[in-house]
Design a binder for this molecule. Structure first.
Ligand code: MG
Length: 164
């Protein structure tokens, strides 16, 4: 059977927003009146990237690896989830070529936070900054995102068989 040297993966995640909670995004705390509700630290960007990596490996999803029924994952730092996925990529003989992400959020505007978020992702993924794409979209006032009730993120990743 033909063995491709590439794998693509995609991830998607949604969290509810509530007043008074911290808003974590890509491992960076974003100052805001509202934050995401979740069992862990509710970092929607890290969750969808983790899923994208597991997806590229056909290795299940973040809920299988880190069930929300496990007390060990309560209030967990989601960087731990992404780092586990990165380790799984490496241990299976793959390397991350690049990632591309979109965050859907009405407020706050993310433009000034993008550099810190991209740097955090590059560090966690152990890849160069120019391999980390990050876009921010509002919901134009429509739907749960537009009404400020939800934060959503999407990610795609490309893996290449590690030449080593
Ligand atoms: Mg999540």
């Amino acid at each position: 059977m033909w063995a491709s040297n590439f794998r693509v993966g995609q991830g998607h995640d949604t969290h509810r927003l509530e007043a008074g909670l911290p808003l974590m995004l890509g491992g960076v705390k974003i100052p805001h009146t509202h934050g995401a509700v979740g069992h862990s630290d509710a970092d929607v960007l890290l969750h969808c990237l983790t899923d994208a990596l597991f997806g590229a490996l056909a290795a299940g999803d973040i809920g299988e690896w880190f069930p929300d029924t496990d007390p060990a994952n309560k209030k967990a730092d989601s960087r731990r989830f992404l780092q586990a996925a990165v380790e799984e990529v490496r241990s299976k003989g793959w390397a991350i070529v690049n990632v591309d992400c979109t965050v859907h959020l009405e407020q706050p505007k993310l433009a000034k936070h993008k550099p810190a978020i991209r740097q955090s992702l590059a560090t966690l993924l152990e890849i160069e900054l120019d391999r980390v794409g990050l876009k921010a979209k509002t919901g134009e006032g429509l739907g749960p995102v537009g009404e400020g009730r939800a934060i959503v993120a999407d990610a795609v990743v490309l893996l290449e068989r590690n030449p080593i």
